[in-house]
Design a protein around this ligand. Sequence first.
Ligand code: NAP
Length: 249
Amino acid sequence: MKAEQPRVVVITGGSRGIGRAVALAFAKEKAVIAILHYDPDEEAAQETVSLLARQGIEAESHKVDVSQKKDVDRIFSQIIERHGGIDVLINNAGITRDAFFMRMTEEQWDAVIQVNLKSVFNCTQAVIRNMMKNRRGHIVNISSVVGQIGNVGQANYAASKAGVMGFTKSVAREVASRGIHVNAVAPGFIETDMTAVLPEKVREAFLAQIPFGRMGTPEEVAEVVYWLCSEGASYLTGQVIHVNGGMFM
Ligand code: NAP
């Protein structure tokens, strides 16, 4: 693929929240954008596609459970065949299944590890050969401040997000010689559907830990993700960038 062609960008969990904001950030450069989502009610995904259409981007959306390797392989093969390659992968899809550890079920543990960590393995494996062949690529994995500092009721989530950090650093070391950048962004407390369900007391406890005294916006995370995939970040790989209003320093 020639350098002047638009970049092909795949964003998992691109239907809502941070993933949608990342898709809109890439719209600025008129990228070819594919969003992956899971909800059979396609409303959120369609809304993201419409928002991108208003920016002049004809985005595609694919319904796929990113924790299922075979399904992921199939969708990524289709995207690579249709567009000739993938330049940017944003591993953003994520879920929570919170419970105190004493009461955490195996199902809650497995679901979070599958969607938050196994999906990162699945999607990265599905693009890495193509990126190695092209000798370039950007992968940004969305981790969390919780993967760094832990959180009550989130042993499963924290383990998955700490796993993402270790994965990022290991793969970054393996593929740097092929011109591929692999970094992670660890958001703090961001205004999305994921945090909208938290009880008021929990929100207040989080806010008390944030020096900026407010939640972040999806756009504030998306700008950092976008920058990591830009020329300005050409000498960065294997890094975890914290975007958290000072919650963790
Ligand atoms: P969100 O608004 O709940 O959106 C989650 C996205 O993931 C949706 O697009 C959803 O698709 C997709 N998804 C969930 N399970 C999936 C599956 N099995 N296969 C494919 N897609 C799936 O979440 P968010 O707050 O934007 O979070 C995005 C990422 O940031 C997550 O990895 C999250 O852990 C991380 N994060 C968030 C915060 C925060 O405060 N919000 C903080 C730190 C880290 P559907 O729309 O189809 O359901």
